[in-house]
Design a protein around this ligand. Structure first.
Ligand SMILES: [Zn+2]
Ligand SMILES: [Zn+2]
Ligand SMILES: [Zn+2]
Length: 79
């Protein structure tokens, strides 16, 4: 397993991807790339790289929108 982040950034100025290269702290649950804390996005208990996170959220995320404010549900039904 790679010790360094494998995520590459492509700048608009260049066709060449710049590897992130930071110390990897996790592995993408989808593509398996080593990812650093900056590139790591956690969702549904897994860690994803940014690309896979986008895909995950669009296609397979089961997470519901977080509603911590329950008062919205306690609103009086009588109008
Ligand atoms: Zn990935
Ligand atoms: Zn990184
Ligand atoms: Zn998710």
């Amino acid at each position: 397993m790679s010790q360094f982040c494998q995520i590459e950034y492509v700048s608009s100025d260049s066709d060449i991807g710049m590897p992130c290269g930071k110390t990897a702290v996790a592995k993408c649950a989808d593509c398996g790339a080593a990812i650093c804390s900056d590139c790591c996005v956690e969702c549904c208990g897994d860690s994803f790289c940014e690309l896979c996170y986008d895909y995950h959220v669009t296609h397979s995320c089961v997470r519901k929108p977080v509603q911590t404010d329950q008062r919205t549900q306690d609103r009086t039904e009588a109008a």
